[in-house]
Design a protein around this ligand. Structure first.
Ligand code: NAD
Length: 432
């Protein structure tokens, strides 16, 4: 129906986004690398890009698959001119599904004019994201001093087709400066790891199970007993195990801790993906509609985290990953309960980051925008089409886009990526 109506409205066809396939080249063309004078990242990044089999050039080479700029040398607003001087002549040379990445110093770790100039980079990157065409994206990565070597997994992710639907995001690496270990094999970074994925029987959860399994993890796929048949299919497909459990049950944290300890000796990655909606405007919302959403989307996750940390079931260098939503950032009509729970997930990341850092792990979240699933297929046609179109990439994302972002957080080399909430929304205009 949508495919028939949309061309009649005269809307342009969105670009086909390049998505990851094992064995595909890291980039389809050279990456132009530049730096403001005095930058501390250029040399390190050059080595990282070479290791990722990326053809790095320092002078413009016609078409570019990526433009990467080290802006850590920008210490004063006047020096922002360096950013213009680098990008202005080459911005039109970015190819389809191309990448723009600007690297800076976290403003909160700088002072005075440097802090102001570094903060200014956000406006630049978010605007470039809106101007780029043909599926190209722009990101800003703030790298703390001392965390230069810890940026490799983030750069690889952002430059690759795994970040197809991540656009105009601001990512912080190493604000508590941690050492990151590169995986023995970048194609199987999660080898030997155990990953728990809740709500894994379908939709985004099934895609997360598949991607973490592809990356080498043993996946414990969890869902409610009513989803048992679909859950088994997912678990079998990824060579993992199925665990039927309602995560809101009072004894769920205890059962989960026991299962993970006896079967696997612990867990390395916990993905809180299970989520529900019970949409009604506030005046029409029942107590039950409010309570069930907060219970599944937030309260049960806190109870599980607390148990896994208290009993040290989450292993050293462990990862907790939440699934928020752009509704949790922007709010939405009919979703006071859902948006409250999803903003609470952001609170969970903020509160958990220092605790996890002390524990030797990380906590981060993704905030998906419009993702093509059964949930969004049920949205009325015109609202659905608006949801897809009102973004810089002009389309909805796929469950795999959310899954790839989660796999980046889970990578052992992402040990210095803590306390981030990255939107997987194609730069949706909602809550921009
Ligand atoms: P979905 O409804 O297809 O899948 C959610 C899964 O969670 C289901 O399999 C369900 O059985 C399971 N679940 C629900 N309650 C549970 C409980 N008490 N215990 C265990 N499992 C339970 O939804 P989806 O679209 O795949 O969404 C996955 C996550 O992504 C959710 O947290 C959702 O809020 C979030 N999200 C989705 C979108 C989107 O566009 N689809 C956008 C933003 C955020």
């Amino acid at each position: 129906m949508g495919k028939f109506v949309v061309p009649k409205l005269g809307l342009p066809n969105p670009a086909t986004l390049r998505r990851y396939k094992p064995g595909q080249p890291a980039l389809e063309g050279p990456a132009l690398l530049g730096a403001a004078p005095g930058g501390r990242l250029e040399k390190v990044i050059e080595a990282q890009l070479h290791r990722a089999d990326i053809d790095v050039v320092s002078t413009p080479a016609g078409k570019h698959a990526a433009l990467v700029f080290d802006a850590t040398g920008v210490k004063d607003p006047k020096q922002l001119r360096e950013v213009y001087d680098f990008f202005h002549p080459v911005i039109r040379s970015v190819g389809p599904s191309g990448r723009v990445v600007v690297l800076g110093t976290p403003p909160e770790l700088a002072e005075g004019h440097e802090r102001i100039a570094q903060r200014a980079l956000e406006g630049f990157v978010r605007s470039v994201g809106k101007e780029l065409k043909r599926g190209a994206t722009a990101q800003l990565v703030y790298v703390a001093e001392g965390a230069e070597e810890a940026t490799e997994s983030t750069l690889r992710f952002l430059l690759s087709s795994k970040s197809a639907f991540v656009d105009a995001q601001v990512i912080r690496v190493g604000t508590e400066t941690k050492t990151a270990t590169a995986p023995a094999d970048w194609a199987k970074p999660l080898d030997g790891k155990v990953a728990l994925v809740t709500g894994a029987s379908r939709g985004i959860g099934a895609a997360i199970a598949e991607v973490l399994g592809r990356d080498g993890a043993h996946v414990v796929a969890l869902d409610i007993p009513a989803q048992g048949a679909d859950l088994s299919k997912v678990a079998n497909k990824v060579g993992g195990s199925a665990l039927q459990l309602d995560i809101t049950a009072a004894d769920a944290p205890e059962k989960l801790a026991e299962y993970l300890t006896t079967r696997h000796g612990g867990v390395d990655i916990v993905v809180h993906n299970a989520g529900i909606t019970r949409d009604k405007t506030l005046g029409n919302m029942t107590e039950g509609g409010w309570d069930s959403v907060i219970a599944v989307n937030l309260a049960s996750q806190l109870a599980v985290n607390e148990k896994l940390l208290a009993d040290k079931v989450l292993r050293e260098n462990g990862r907790i990953i939440g699934v928020s939503s752009i509704a949790g950032i922007a709010g939405n009509v009919g979703q006071t309960n859902y948006a409250t729970s999803k903003a609470g997930v952001i609170g969970m990341v903020n509160d958990g980051a220092p605790k996890l850092a002390e524990y030797g792990g990380t906590i981060n979240a993704v905030a998906p925008g419009f993702i093509e699933t059964k949930m969004t297929a049920a949205v009325p046609l015109f609202i659905r089409e608006a949801g897809r179109r009102l973004s810089s990439l002009g389309q909805g994302g796929l469950p795999v886009d959310v899954a790839e972002t989660i796999a980046w957080y889970a990578n052992p080399a992402s040990a210095a990526v803590n306390g981030n909430v990255v939107r997987v929304c194609g730069q949706a205009l909602l809550g921009a």
